[in-house]
Write a new protein. Structure first.
Length: 684
């Protein structure tokens, strides 16, 4: 069957239009603030074989993993699907993301033939579990994260499975909201069903399905052409996630080997840390989707998203690792694994196409949960806050501040203060960009957001599931790191920190106390000493950069009026270039040490070199050649290391794009400091 190009595009856009109408329906009918106001949901159309056919401005981290959920649902229930059946699921182990993302899969039949699945994945503000909001920073097994729903028929023949629905809602906080959100998803799918039938009536089922096939094929051809333009080879990078099992900090290694062979790409995460009984794991669906999101965003961002783009890409995520979690380990950190997988892709591709990548994005989805029982309304309440972080700087411009990252679609990243205050016992005291939070660079990383919320209900609890509190977003091509995430509680002038930054579970919050949350900043792009002085001066005037950072990080001397002094700036930059601490690389066989669970890269320096660089034992450092992305490592002083050298293994040299004998900069990134010192400095 032949289709002319005009008809093909009309049908392609017609399916995308259906998804847009689905989104509008959810926004107008949902009950939760996180859904109707902040748009933490996604819609899509799927083929019977689970391929995503159409989406619109949806959240990539929802839509791209959805084919795994559809496939799992079909494997379990596909033999017995009839018109009027609707599937409900949130199970991470069968293709989900985390338990809060509840998915409705709605089969659409035409003349008895299954032709499409409209689907909605929406973040329910609570699905039970050990803390209000369900996402605990210290869960040790998935049962503490909420009710796990395998693919079940929540409607059969158009009638609700009342027993299943009662069982689910009885184990969730604010059940009336949960029911309202479920009804919104169902309404959205019914709209899609109606529009699909209208397309079939106008063009015929066979023509519509042929258009789908052709659209997927042309997306595949575009992506294959993009990959074929890259030089063949294997490019490697490594990053870390953060855990505090037993109260002790340990970084968990995430290595990537990215192989390009002709028009195909393989992302291999062999060697990733084993899964742990702590919320830093996620699923193979999330890992693969993160690879797809990175490749699509870097190489083919303008074309509509469908499954064809992902056919040339293979992902290997070893079972039982942090990137392919198995029961019963917690799986709530899908946002953290996702962003770290994207970071490793950026690090690897910076070695190949540095002009196409950006500095690392803000490391985490930054899940903040505050909730409890409101005595005034006699109701439970849960507020879900994900203050947006900074995006990485890129060749053409600074990274956007407090904006959605590439995996977030059109998710609202600064939630409405008015809606929060109307629906929750909270007062939003301040919402602002955090000065000096973006990584310095020729183009600056985006700034993070800091929000203060006063709690007006007793017996409230605060939880945080995040990452990047110790190891922040990296810069590329000499760009510097963004600021790590942070949170604390202020009560009558007293600042209360946490001994496990980024991972908090049900911490009591007194009536009148203020919860302050600060997201992470994006990494910089390029040498900060090459940034135009006038741009630095403008950043200072706007409050994005302090005068001290302008001087110390950008080498810009400002006069009393805040104007860059060209002569003084040139002299200052010359001195700062000369003062950069660099050592000579010497090849060693092993640059790692074993931890209780994982292994970490260490940077061994002669004590005299460490002292000269102002570094102390266990500092987090960057080793950088300014050719791509830097290596992160933990400092170890070692008198057996020859002064003036830095031992690097062959893998590290390849990541840095240098050879033995190269001059490498070594600089501090972050230090594990007593919480009170950190929070006191932030409060000044």
């Amino acid at each position: 069957m032949k289709i002319d190009p005009i008809t093909l595009e009309v049908l392609t856009q017609g399916l995308i239009s259906i998804v847009r109408e689905m989104r509008a329906t959810v926004c107008r009918t949902a009950s939760s603030v996180a859904i109707y106001d902040a748009k933490d949901f996604s819609c899509g159309l799927f083929a019977p074989d689970s391929q995503v056919v159409a989406q619109s401005e949806d959240i990539g981290s929802h839509v791209v993993p959805l084919p795994w959920s559809v496939r799992s649902a079909m494997e379990k229930l596909g033999h017995d699907l009839k018109p009027g059946d609707v599937i409900l699921s949130n199970d991470p182990y069968t293709g989900g993301t985390h338990l809060n993302d509840v998915t409705v899969i709605y089969p659409v039949f035409q003349d008895g033939r299954l032709i499409f699945f409209p689907a909605v994945r929406a973040h329910w503000a609570d699905v039970g579990g050990m803390v209000p909001g369900s996402m605990s920073g210290k869960a040790t097994e998935i049962y503490q994260e909420g009710v796990r729903i395998p693919p079940i028929k929540i409607l059969e023949g158009g009638r609700f499975n009342d027993a299943a629905l009662d069982l689910l809602l009885s184990n969730m906080r604010v059940p009336d909201e949960r029911l309202g959100d479920l009804q919104a998803s169902l309404a959205s799918c019914r709209v899609a069903e109606k529009r699909i039938h209208e397309l079939c009536a106008r063009y015929g089922v066979d023509l519509l399905l042929e258009a789908v096939r052709l659209d997927l094929d042309r997306s595949e051809a575009r992506m294959r052409a993009c990959i074929a333009g890259l030089p063949d080879g294997t490019y490697r990078f490594e990053d870390y996630l953060e855990t505090y099992m037993g109260g002790q900090f340990e970084p968990l290694l995430l290595p990537l080997a990215l192989t390009v062979a002709g028009d195909r790409m393989v992302a291999d995460f062999t060697g990733a840390s084993p899964q742990v009984p702590f919320p830093v794991n996620s699923t193979a669906a999330v890992t693969a989707a993160s690879v797809f999101i990175a490749v699509k965003s870097i190489f083919d961002p303008a074309a509509p998203l469908n499954q064809g783009s992902f056919r040339p890409i293979e992902v290997n995520a070893p079972p039982g690792s942090i990137v392919n979690v198995q029961r019963p380990a917690p799986a709530g950190s899908h946002g953290e694994i996702r962003k770290r997988v994207i970071a490793t892709m950026v690090g690897a591709l910076s070695q190949v196409v540095p002009d196409r990548v950006a500095g690392d994005l803000c490391r985490t989805s930054f899940h903040n949960l505050i909730g409890g029982y409101d005595g005034r309304t006699k109701r439970e309440w849960v507020h879900y806050e994900w203050s947006a972080g900074g995006n990485g700087g890129f060749r053409e411009s600074d990274g956007p501040s407090a904006m959605a990252t590439i995996d977030w679609g059109d998710l609202v990243t600064v939630q409405s203060s008015e809606v929060i205050e109307t629906r929750m016992p909270l007062v939003v005291e301040t919402s602002r960009l955090a000065t000096d939070s973006g990584g310095a660079g020729t183009t600056r990383g985006g700034l993070s957001m800091q929000r203060s919320m006063r709690v007006l209900a007793p017996d409230s609890r605060y939880s945080l599931l995040s990452d990047g509190a110790v190891v922040p977003a990296f810069g590329v091509l000499g760009g510097l790191s963004g600021v790590p995430v942070g949170s604390w509680i202020e009560n009558k002038g007293v600042i209360e920190g946490f001994d496990t930054p980024g991972k908090i579970a049900g911490h009591p919050v007194g009536d009148g106390s203020i919860v302050v949350v600060r997201s992470a900043g994006g990494g910089g792009y390029g040498d900060p000493l090459l940034r135009e002085p006038a741009k630095v001066a403008e950043d200072v005037r706007e409050g994005y950069v302090s005068r001290g950072a302008a001087r110390d990080l950008y080498g810009v001397a400002l006069d009393a009026k805040g104007v860059a002094d060209a002569v003084a700036t040139e002299a200052l930059r010359k001195r700062q270039r000369a003062a950069r601490f660099a050592l000579t690389a010497v090849t060693v066989e092993n640059a790692y040490e074993a931890g209780a669970v994982s292994r970490r890269r260490v940077c061994r320096l002669n004590p005299r070199d460490a002292a000269a660089a102002g570094l102390v034992e266990d500092d987090v450092v960057e080793v950088d050649a300014r050719q791509a992305a830097p290596l992160r490592a933990w400092l170890r002083t070692d008198a057996s290391v020859v002064a003036g050298t830095v031992p690097i293994d062959e893998l590290g040299l390849a990541i840095l794009k240098v050879a033995d004998g190269a001059r490498l900069e070594v600089r501090r990134v972050a230090t594990i400091v007593p919480p009170q010192a950190l929070f006191a400095a932030a409060a000044e």
